[in-house]
Design a protein around this ligand. Structure first.
Ligand SMILES: C[S@@+](CC[C@H](N)C(=O)[O-])C[C@H]1O[C@@H](n2cnc3c(N)ncnc32)[C@H](O)[C@@H]1O
Length: 237
């Protein structure tokens, strides 16, 4: 992932992420106490933050990338902002901890979730949403290598439970996103900071895009399946 160096282009290429952030916000707003305080991890440029602040919540919004955090702060000045690496340290204590599009990037989600759980105040909840299998199945059927370890719905629930959390709500959203062509899909993943260093080279990438176009063309472009999972959890026991 290259969110810091690609921060300036993120918003332009993050249409699906914004839509899932909006769905995540509606779940959080059902749970949050009016006027309550929320800790957001991986807030990026503020897609979720904006909706939470707009609904009257007080948000401490954090991101590990200084560039993303700075753009978020400009876009949503009503939130309190800070740079925080959510995978390396215990987050600030909170009774509602949220994120959208962050947890899938953790190389080891189990200890990360253990630390996040340890920062919940008594009776506190976490609501985290993130892409899960079969997200972008079409692309991965052609290019199996990528920067993420993809997990399905059941695997994510099992990791939360293993981290000592009780899952109180879990749901999944699917959306078919249409791009003018395979190049636009690749560009959106790349310019949105979602890809690592590619091992396939320019020729391999061109072949992959040709195959994508041949297999997944639909009226007016190519389709890509986006799948997002939301888990609300509290400390077990
Ligand atoms: C896909 S973006 C989502 C941003 C925002 N939540 C949204 O919905 O548009 C992922 C965000 O996670 C941040 N991120 C990645 N690893 C992180 C870490 N270890 N700690 C904090 N933030 C991290 C990135 O900088 C990026 O802003």
């Amino acid at each position: 992932m290259r969110f810091d160096s690609k921060a300036a282009g993120y918003d332009q290429h993050a249409g699906p992420q914004r839509e899932f952030a909006a769905q995540t916000a509606s779940v959080i707003l059902e749970r949050a106490k009016s006027g309550g305080c929320v800790l957001e991890l991986g807030a990026g440029t503020g897609a979720l933050t904006r909706l939470l602040c707009g609904a009257g919540l007080r948000v401490l919004a954090t991101d590990g990338s200084p560039a993303m955090q700075s753009l978020g702060q400009q876009a949503v000045p009503d939130a309190e902002w800070g740079v925080f690496d959510a995978f390396a340290a215990v987050p600030p204590a909170a009774d509602l901890q949220v994120s959208s599009g962050l947890l899938q990037w953790a190389a080891q989600p189990l200890p990360v979730l253990g630390r996040w759980a340890s920062a919940l105040l008594p009776g506190g909840r976490m609501i985290h949403s993130f892409p899960c299998l079969p997200c972008l199945d079409e692309w991965r059927s052609i290019v199996p290598d990528g920067p993420l370890v993809w997990r399905d719905r059941g695997e994510w629930v099992a990791i939360f439970e293993e981290a000592g959390l009780e899952v109180v709500q879990e749901c999944q959203w699917t959306r078919i996103v249409h791009y003018p062509g395979a190049l636009d899909l690749v560009r959106s993943m790349h310019e949105g900071g979602m890809t690592g260093r590619t091992r396939m080279g320019t020729g391999g990438l061109r072949r992959a895009m040709r195959e994508y176009g041949a297999r997944f063309s639909q009226a007016g472009g190519v389709g890509a399946t986006w799948v997002w999972q939301l888990i609300e959890a509290r400390v077990s026991g």
